[in-house]
Design a protein around this ligand. Structure first.
Ligand code: ADP
Length: 406
């Protein structure tokens, strides 16, 4: 019984005794008054108690509700976070049970059955299984590259500690296929570039060695060698120039200096510089400009594009006409260069934009090409968001078409 209630009852008893002893009130009246007072106290106290306990229960219920909703929110936040991490991720608890994994991790699951997944009992791909197993058993950071389903992954395990003790781990996987591919391409490029540079250097070296021999006195061959050395040197220069150009284009800092201008000015400049070369081969260059509208381009870079395309049209044609045409088509300004040269097979039409790819190595070498011209053209046009199309037929000729959006 509550303390206050006992003291109230005692007070009533004291008053009753006083009423009986001191004030000589009739015992019946005193008993009647006492009974009424007790009923009131008990009834009132019961009500109060009920009210208080109801209040306390409400408070408790509210507290439980808030805690539950807090926990729910926290869990939801964690789930949302994990689901939105764009890497396959799996979370194991202290017992090695898989408590959470995101949709990106699904690709590593084989059977996808409903059984409980643990670090050593799961349906993960073989290598993933081993890594998750090691991550849990060794309780430390592990970092490993692995190949799964044709992709390269960097797997990382991070142990979770609570008050200094291991309490599970997070294992995540980063897809590094693209970076690997880039690395491989760079390696190939360096190997190709070294090979391309080695060829003229070896030729020059060989000729100089012969010229330096004490016994050498053939004036005719000397002259021939000097011409050859000059040519190989020009080739070296062209390769180095194109390599530098390409590296500038592929470094992500290329800033185009665009200006509005009449594209045919670039075409005229290119024709002037290569006219003689074409005439030497008996080729005719025709300008067919159906539009003189301005386009918004980087003048210098577009000069490189046009020079490369016209140079190729001359180099890979033995006869006929080369036509430089401009016209409007829908939202595009179109420039095309058409030749009646040796043309390309369907397969080569796609390959010619690869670095150092040449259909006919000897012919390219003879024309002083570096094998990088079209890779440069492609990069410059990509930077301009321009479209490049090729139509070609073997022994009939080719059309290289550039579409620049107005
Ligand atoms: P290259 O320095 O060898 O000319 P490019 O990158 O400019 O290098 O061209 C790659 C290859 O594409 C050339 O070696 C050639 O085989 C082919 N090619 C380019 N333009 C033409 C064309 N107009 N007609 C036929 N083949 C061409």
């Amino acid at each position: 019984m509550k303390k206050e209630r006992i003291s109230e009852i005692l007070t009533v008893l004291v008053f009753a005794l006083l009423a009986l002893g001191v004030f000589q009130i009739h015992p019946f009246l005193v008993v009647l008054a006492m009974t009424a007072t007790f009923i009131y106290i008990l009834y009132r106290n019961d009500n109060e108690f009920e009210q208080r306990s109801r209040m306390e229960s409400n408070q408790l219920a509210n507290r439980v509700k808030t805690t539950a909703s807090d926990a729910y929110l926290k869990q939801k936040r964690l789930y949302t976070l994990v689901a939105n991490i764009p890497l396959p991720l799996v979370l194991l608890n202290i017992d090695g049970k898989v408590v959470l994994y995101n949709s990106f991790f699904e690709v590593f699951r084989d059977n996808k059955d409903d059984r409980e997944l643990t670090y050593n009992k799961n349906d993960f791909e073989k290598d993933i299984h081993k890594f998750v197993n090691d991550a849990f058993i060794f309780e430390r950071n592990i970092d490993k590259t692995m190949s799964v389903k044709g992709k390269e992954y960097q797997a990382i395990s991070v142990p979770i500690t609570t008050e200094g003790k291991f309490s599970g781990c997070v294992v995540l996987f980063q897809d590094i296929s693209k970076a690997k591919e880039k690395e491989q391409m760079q390696k190939e490029f360096i190997a190709d570039a070294s090979h391309e540079l080695k060829t003229p250097i070896s030729a020059i070296k060989g000729m100089i060695e012969i010229l330096n021999r004490d016994s050498f006195d053939d004036e005719e061959i000397r002259k021939e060698f000097m011409i050859q050395i000059q040519k190989e040197n020009d080739r070296l220069e062209a390769i180095v120039r194109d390599l530098l150009q390409l590296s500038r284009l592929s470094s992500d800092v290329l800033v185009l200096k665009r200006d509005s201008m009449d594209f045919t000015r670039i075409l005229d400049a290119s024709i002037s510089s290569l006219q003689q070369k074409a005439e030497n081969k008996g080729l005719k260059i025709v300008a067919d400009y159906q539009t003189h509208e301005d386009v918004f381009v980087d003048f210098e870079q577009m000069e490189v594009v046009v020079n490369n395309l016209l140079n190729n049209a001359i180099a890979y044609s033995d006869s006929g006409t080369i036509t430089l045409r401009t016209y409007k088509k829908d939202d595009y300004y179109v420039f095309e260069i058409q030749d009646e040269g040796r043309g390309l097979s369907e397969e080569n039409t796609h390959k010619i934009f690869e670095r150092f790819y040449r259909v006919d190595k000897a012919r390219s070498r003879l024309s002083g090409g570096s094998g990088l011209g079209l890779s440069i053209v492609k990069s410059i046009l990509e930077a301009h968001n321009a479209i490049l199309e090729v139509e070609s037929e073997e022994n009939k000729g080719s059309v290289f078409r550039i579409l620049i959006k107005y």
